[in-house]
Design a protein around this ligand. Structure first.
Ligand SMILES: [Zn+2]
Ligand SMILES: [Zn+2]
Length: 282
């Protein structure tokens, strides 16, 4: 399995000299399975970058959306392969009934938000609806879990048939004071022993209590999750748009030191646009 980060920012794109190293595009992660199937986790503005890398020709993309906040869907109208008739995009169920309604009307393509309507898109968009919470996609089994986020969100665990696995949990507030739908220990079991755990790490302690209830996690809580779940690698993700490259360097260094003491077998990375992680067969 190969995992590539095309957008790592949360909330809103954050271009500029202070974010150039980690990147300013919003959430989009590509997962290439052993059998060549391509999954895309979220359609933030990073999806536009992925589209530029995809050669013309028949292609199928399996799109798994955590939820439909702007920073997770805004890349879709600007995804080059969307405008080619040989592309098929398979969209999987969303986290809530309200979001399912969005999916069917695809607000992004109404005349108020975009000049071209859904009916004039040349590619095929297939709103598949597999039953249950575990789906077979290509050579992988994909399971989902509800997250703690205003309006609802869902996370995914993808296990390829060679045993390699990635877990993607964003947007999620690990220590939400109210409305917890999935507690920390359940998330840790869901993510347990994955090769790569990608988690929303938008805030640091000094952002609190101002951002309590905003639906994102403090880095310290993400490290606690890492200690419980014991992934081989933990990737901090969905960086705050105001977090500079230098600030992310410092967050990464402190997090690495903490993990070395409390979960030394777990490697840390601060997700960076353009980075690829190869997850070997088990
Ligand atoms: Zn987000
Ligand atoms: Zn959100």
């Amino acid at each position: 399995m190969r995992v590539t980060f095309h957008g790592v920012r949360g909330s809103v794109p954050a271009p500029g000299p202070n974010t150039a190293r980690y990147g300013g595009n919003t959430s989009c992660v590509e997962v290439e399975l052993g059998d060549g199937t391509r999954l895309v986790l979220d359609a933030g503005t990073g999806l536009r970058e992925l589209g530029k890398l995809m050669a013309p020709g028949p292609t199928r993309v399996h799109l798994l959306l955590s939820h439909t906040h702007w920073d997770h869907v805004l890349g879709l109208p600007f995804f080059g392969p969307l405008w080619r008739k040989e592309t098929e995009i398979v969209v999987y169920p969303l986290a809530s009934e309200a979001q399912e309604r969005f999916r069917q009307t695809v607000t992004l393509f109404d005349p108020i938000h975009f000049p071209i309507g859904l009916d004039d898109i040349p590619s095929t968009i297939d709103f598949t609806k597999p039953s249950g919470d575990v789906w077979q996609i290509g050579s992988a089994q994909v399971s989902r879990i509800l997250l703690n986020h205003p309006g609802g969100a869902q996370g995914f665990r993808i296990v390829d048939d060679d045993g390699s696995s990635v877990c993607y949990l964003t947007d999620n507030e690990l220590s939400a004071k109210t409305g917890i739908v999935t507690p920390l220990d359940e998330l840790a079991r869901f993510a347990g022993d994955s090769d790569l755990l990608i988690h929303d790490s938008q805030y640091i302690k000094s952002d609190m209590p101002a951002k309590v209830g905003w639906g994102h996690s403090v880095v310290d809580d993400v490290l606690e999750l890492g200690k419980l779940a014991r992934p081989k690698r933990l990737a901090l993700f969905h960086h705050d748009p105001d977090r500079t490259d230098d600030a992310l360097d410092a967050i990464g260094a402190a997090a690495e030191t903490w993990l070395q003491e409390f979960a030394p077998e777990c490697e840390l990375s601060v997700a960076c646009e353009g980075d690829t992680v190869e997850l070997p067969p088990r």
